[in-house]
Design a protein around this ligand. Sequence first.
Ligand code: DO4
Ligand code: MG
Length: 280
Amino acid sequence: MKAYKTLQGFVIEYQNQYFLSRHQDWDLFINREDLFYELQREIQLLSPVPEYKSLIDNSLQAPIQSQEVWASGVTYMRSRDARMEESKKAGGDNFYDRVYDAERPELFFKSTPHRVVGSGQKVRIRKDSKWNVPEPELTLFINSKGQISGYTCGNDMSSRDIEGENPLYLPQAKSYDKSTAIGPCITILDEPIISETQIKLEIIRYDLPYFTDFIAINRMKRKHTELVEFLFRETSFPHGCFLMTGTGIVPPDDFTLEVGDEIRITIEGIGTLVNTVETK
Ligand code: DO4
Ligand code: MG
């Protein structure tokens, strides 16, 4: 079951049928316990209309209202190795090595809703950075009770030169306007997402494929529930929250994003998050 936030309302997709929810408030709509069964009950009272699909095509929004976006880091070996390399000169490499093996995961605050864009909208690279990458990440939607009830595609845009200069610059490398993309929808399941699920990153430059890579989510070092347990230990989220689960794909060191690049992040069972890099 998929839930899309559009300018005309909330569209529920189930078994290739499209329903328009009567709910008006996204926070209340997605933060219900047992969301999968709630939505199943809700669509029994609604009629499917094929034209509701055009709302998704024409007026899609990021699937967020008041939620914070958090992120986990160094959850895949590829990310650990890339960070160790980029921060070696600054003497920061050993922190990444240690956090990969530590009991406590790296969790950081990524974005308030107004810095988030949805599929079809533009992401940004910082004016004061020369080395920028997308980070394609399975992103959890966790309700206010701490239950994982949905999944979306996420892009944790990152300035690698700023982060590599000093790990204490992480918030500047990661949190700036339009540095976070999520979407196109929230996939709501009645059981955890399957561990073989693949994440695909494609970067299109001048209408041609420029970089492509894949990773399965079972290559992640930590469990989703472990990340959520740490995040919710001492922090409450009245409307639920999003948690990016870290990247397992890092383009080669000579790659940097350019204005006009199209970034496509596809996760099986969810869909494709598409964003173009806008003028600095
Ligand atoms: O420690 C830096 C950030 C790591 C990160 O964002 C990732 O691994 O995805
Ligand atoms: Mg990341």
